[in-house]
Design a protein around this ligand. Structure first.
Ligand code: SF4
Length: 265
């Protein structure tokens, strides 16, 4: 997939290079030329969530180091770089936060997105609901202090964490169906790119709007189901609809709009 993508002029013409972001690992991207990467995409996103040179808790040995060394090679190539950091027990200690932020600063990474671990995709079996609200708030505060001192990477907070700081926003931080959708390789249009199960299929039919290889996108987003959903989007204001669904019983399309995200109840 990436092999066809890099160096392919069509994607740049359709979307504009600056609007194309790719998320990949250092190992998967190392087989492509730096010039092809830099001329095709505007933003390179990578996961970085445990300090290099420490014993990893959640990742294979060398995973984070490989990602970081790729980023160092990309710096200076007129490309925005963004680290995605799911917060978990392997990175919440203050000493780890300092190591992580300093590593990203030295690699001249532009942005750092602090995220939740989602009980979806390949991580569905390993998910533990063991991080408390205070843990997240403490970590966010530490990262922001480092940003104030060192200036970059700029710290951003993922939509599913924003409701922790209620006073900081005036519109619903869950922007499901408003700013983005997910499309899987079979053309299934999902309400969210996160709504996938361990086999890469939709997490549940409740998240499926149809298939863009069979029905035009504009018809799918105007469908009866999409219209019914759109009037309920603020029913559980601030809650992540994926967590609300997963922690509701029964799991139905109504569960998306329940106030059941465990971080906010
Ligand atoms: S459902 Fe969760 S991940 Fe999706 S937009 Fe809402 S808060 Fe973000």
């Amino acid at each position: 997939m990436l092999r066809k993508f890099f160096g392919y002029a069509g994607s740049k013409k359709i979307f504009g290079r600056k609007n194309i972001a790719v998320t990949a690992t250092g190992a998967s991207i190392s087989r492509y030329s730096l010039s092809d990467i830099a001329s095709t995409i505007g933003t390179f996103e990578f996961t970085f969530d445990e300090p290099p040179n420490t014993n990893p808790v959640n990742r294979p040995l060398g995973y984070n180091s490989a990602n970081l060394s790729m980023i160092k090679k990309l710096s200076g190539l007129n490309l925005k770089t963004k680290a995605q950091m799911p917060l978990h027990c392997g990175n919440l200690e203050i000493s780890h936060i300092h190591l992580l932020y300093n590593s990203l600063h030295e690699a001249e990474v532009d942005e750092l997105l602090l995220m939740r671990v989602f009980p979806v995709g390949r991580g569905i079996q390993e998910y533990k609901n063991d991080i408390q609200r205070e843990d997240y708030l403490r970590a966010i505060d530490q990262f922001r202090k480092l940003e104030t001192r060192l200036n970059y990477p700029k710290v951003k907070i993922q939509c599913a964490l924003k409701h922790l700081e209620q006073a900081e926003h005036s519109k619903n931080p869950c922007d499901l169906m408003q700013n983005s959708f997910g499309i899987n390789p079979r053309g299934t249009l999902l309400l969210s790119a996160w709504a996938t199960n361990s086999r890469g299929e939709a997490l549940d039919d409740a998240f499926v709007l149809g298939n863009i290889s069979e029905t035009p996108l504009e018809l799918l987003i105007q469908s009866k189901k999409a219209k019914e959903y759109s009037v309920k989007l603020d029913h559980n204001w601030g809650h992540c609809k994926i967590f609300s669904f997963l922690f509701s019983n029964p799991k139905s399309s109504e569960a998306l709009f329940e106030k059941q995200d465990p971080l906010y109840i």
